[in-house]
Design a protein around this ligand. Structure first.
Ligand code: NAD
Ligand code: WQD
Length: 344
């Protein structure tokens, strides 16, 4: 019998790609999503990609009774991948309580229900944001956690602590915390990708919307940082590669291969790219000329961060594989497909 994995936030950007990879690896998937930042037709597109329709429940993780009923309905859920969260850094500064409630209570509900239904494992979406500006680069999992720059970032730090404290208290749960660097790109079929709400805050959707003419110009936030070309450096990780890390993490939990009940892994490429390098890579990969201009720094931006992914490479047996050119082409094809579908 196939093992059942509950994927919260499974119609979202990273969740949808992960559902595909879980199905490809032979798992049965139940998605729970309240569609606050995604739409139900993602389920159709997952089915188009894999030929398998995942179970889908439109439900809010904040709804404890609803979640309880969900675990009763789908008996035998083996593990959870918890993506569901609010993720806009700027909005979290404006609406901190919304972020604290959504991101903390959703996780607390799951951790309370897991023992009741014998669900022994959880993979949690954490973020490189917990490192702030690291003192040493590339950053390892042992680097100190810095004071969060935003309520959003703080929810990731607190969620990591909630998981640790719950397991330390004796709850029969094993966890893997995946600290993502900057996820970008789309599925190679262009059937799944990122659907930003309103004006994009993140680089790649803003860049592809500029390239297609929705936005006039991409502003590069600063060229006076202490980096070779003066623009900020990040570790851009392909979303399908990232999705595959979740599959490996889930099988590690289910096969009881963990060395500790809570394990942490950086999920990045190990390579830092500046904003200007990324723009030039996009132009080279797609042949599309980009209208951009250097503008002032964005408040709160980290100057440079990239992963040391050796622990994920060696212990988890996962490695980023896709080239930045293929990743940027996938982001561009997704933008073209959105126009074709009349969405953006
Ligand atoms: P996303 O917004 O595309 O996906 C999140 C999904 O969760 C959405 O479909 C949304 O409708 C759903 N959701 C939100 N609150 C919910 C709730 N209370 N109940 C049920 N569903 C709910 O975001 P994403 O980029 O796919 O991010 C997934 C996870 O990864 C998040 O936890 C995010 O914080 C984390 N993360 C994202 C990035 C990134 O840059 N995208 C980086 C690091 C970590
Ligand atoms: C990338 C680079 C910008 C837009 C955010 C969150 C982080 C994590 C990932 C969830 C930066 C520059 C951007 C633009 C630009 N999310 N930029 N012009 O800030 O690294 O990380 O998403 O956990 O927590 O903070 O990602 O895509 O916004 O920016 O020059 O219009 O692109 O300055 O150097 P960021 P981003």
């Amino acid at each position: 019998m196939k093992e059942i994995i509950l994927v919260t936030g499974g119609t979202g950007y990273i969740g949808s790609h992960t559902v595909v990879e879980l199905q490809n690896a032979g798992y049965d998937v139940v998605i729970v999503d309240n569609l606050s930042n995604s739409s139900a037709d993602v389920v159709d597109n997952i089915e188009k990609v894999t030929g398998i329709r995942p179970a889908f429940e439109q439900l809010d993780c904040l709804n404890f009774a609803g979640m309880d009923a969900l675990f009763q309905k789908y008996q035998g859920i083996k593990a959870i991948i918890h993506f569901a969260a609010s993720k806009a850094v700027g909005e979290s500064v404006q609406k901190p309580l919304l972020y604290y409630r959504n991101n903390l209570v959703s996780l607390i509900n799951l951790l309370e229900l897991m023992p009741k239904y014998g669900v022994g494992g959880i993979v949690f979406s954490s973020s490189c944001t917990v490192y702030g500006q690291p003192d040493e680069l590339p950053v390892t999992e042992n680097a100190p956690i810095k004071k969060a720059e935003s309520p959003y970032g703080n929810t990731k730090q607190i969620n990591e602590e909630i998981i640790r404290d719950t397991i330390t208290s004796g709850a029969p749960i094993n966890a893997i915390l995946l600290r993502y660097f900057n996820p970008i790109g789309a599925h190679p079929t262009a059937l799944l990708g990122e659907l930003p709400n309103g004006v994009p805050q993140n680089l790649i959707p803003y860049l592809t919307q500029t390239a297609i003419g929705i936005r006039e110009k991409l502003g590069v936030f600063g060229d006076d940082y202490n980096t070779p070309d003066g623009s900020c450096i990040r570790d851009y990780i392909n979303v399908v590669d990232l999705a595959k890390a979740h599959v490996v993490a889930i099988s590690r939990i289910l096969e009881q291969k963990q060395e500790e009940k809570v394990e942490v892994f950086n999920i990045g490429t190990g390579r830092g790219l500046s904003v200007l390098e990324l723009i030039h890579a996009f132009e080279a990969a797609t042949g599309v000329k980009l209208n951009y201009q250097i503008v002032g720094r964005r408040a709160g931006d980290i100057e440079k961060v990239w992963a040391n992914p050796e622990r994920a490479n060696n212990v988890l047996g996962w490695k980023a594989e896709t080239s930045i050119e293929d990743t940027l082409r996938s982001a561009w094809n997704w933008q073209l497909k959105l126009r074709e579908r009349g969405i953006q």
